[in-house]
Design a binder for this molecule. Structure first.
Ligand SMILES: Nc1ncnc2c1ncn2[C@@H]1O[C@H](COP(=O)(O)OP(=O)(O)O)[C@@H](O)[C@H]1O
Ligand SMILES: [Mg+2]
Length: 250
């Protein structure tokens, strides 16, 4: 298992947002987390990626205890994430968005990065990453001018710039057209196939989740109510009930 989450807990006052969650994610898998709005999915992501510290519980990455590591340290250790809201600098060119992420990974001082050699290396690497997400030929476009689907691909490219082994994506298909959703889903599958990345996805598009995932964890009221391959999730009675009674936004 590349990721092992044990009894992870975070309450907000009396609200048990994440309450004793266990999660096992296999190396090289696409593992989705679904559940009604307010189930605790984003909070679980925030706990795993160090945006907020857990009250209790542990997170192991590759057998190493990373509980409470801040996001920058995690990123250097191989764990990246994309956000529900985008992390793109809309006024900058596409290439520069990825080059910036590469520079932040290297943690180099500004003066070092002003040297032309490093600039070139970052730009070359950024071009390679952009090609891998289908953005070849769009390097010089202003990010804000990209179509929605391409912006999401750029978001993923920014995550990949950290050279992660595990990437967590919060609603990568949200707010996209059917065609764009297919494109991003194909991209997610391709990243797993070609880079051997492990990908954890929070997603509302259950149809897509069923097709995309090797395994699905279902959350409700801060706890895990099911954890199984897609076929078993489909027939799971507790999951069906959660869907019926929860407010499942599409
Ligand atoms: N920073 C916070 N302060 C207080 N309550 C929060 C905070 N973040 C999330 N919550 C609450 O925790 C619950 C789980 O939220 P969230 O993890 O965003 O759910 P999901 O991503 O599954 O929709 C919700 O009831 C939400 O209102
Ligand atoms: Mg959420």
């Amino acid at each position: 298992m590349i990721l092992e989450v044990n009894e992870l807990t975070k309450h907000f006052g009396g609200l048990k947002a994440v309450n004793g969650v266990d999660l096992r994610v296999e190396q090289g898998s696409i593992h989705s987390i679904i559940g009604p709005n307010g189930a605790g999915k984003t909070t679980l992501f925030n706990l795993i990626t160090g945006s907020i510290p857990p009250m209790s519980g542990t997170v192991l990455f590759d057998g190493r205890d990373i509980t409470g590591w801040p996001p920058e340290r995690l990123a250097r250790g191989g764990v990246a994430r994309t956000f529900q809201r985008t992390s793109i600098f809309m006024d900058l060119p596409v290439l520069e968005n990825v080059a910036l992420a590469i520079r932040s990974r290297e943690g180099c001082s500004a003066s070092l990065w002003q040297s032309h050699q490093h600039e070139d290396e970052a730009a070359d690497e950024a071009r390679g990453i952009l090609a891998s997400v289908g953005l070849r030929g769009r390097e010089d476009a202003k990010a804000g001018m990209l179509a929605h689907g391409y912006q999401r691909a750029l978001d993923i490219a920014i995550g990949l710039a950290l050279k992660p082994r595990l990437i967590l994506m919060d609603e990568p298909l949200a707010g996209m057209s059917r065609g764009d959703r297919e494109t991003i889903a194909a991209l997610i599958t391709m990243l797993r196939e070609t880079m051997g990345l492990t990908i954890i996805v929070v997603e509302h598009d259950v149809g897509m989740v069923m097709r995309l995932s090797d395994r699905i964890t279902v959350m409700q009221h801060g706890t895990v109510i099911a954890d199984a391959p897609p076929d078993e999730i489909r027939g799971n009675e507790a999951v069906r009930q959660a869907y019926l009674h929860g407010s499942f936004a599409q």
